[in-house]
Write a protein that binds this ligand. Sequence first.
Ligand SMILES: [Zn+2]
Length: 82
Amino acid sequence: MNCREFTEFLHEYLFGNLPAAERAEFEKHLAECPWCVAYLDSYQKTVQLEKAAFSTLEDKPPPADAPEELVQAILRARAQAS
Ligand SMILES: [Zn+2]
């Protein structure tokens, strides 16, 4: 598995939809690629921010540290991966 494939499987992995074989490849890549470890970490934070944003529909401002660049980067990566 390379970094591009990693980003393709990331969503399925986080939501537990990844078959065992792909999951093993995914975790193998994760063990040897610091970039994807950081990417996974950032992605999880973004998912949590999205959940928080959807669960609190009050007049709260978005978190000051909401990583808009990161969201855009993930969207770009997804577009390139498909
Ligand atoms: Zn990688």
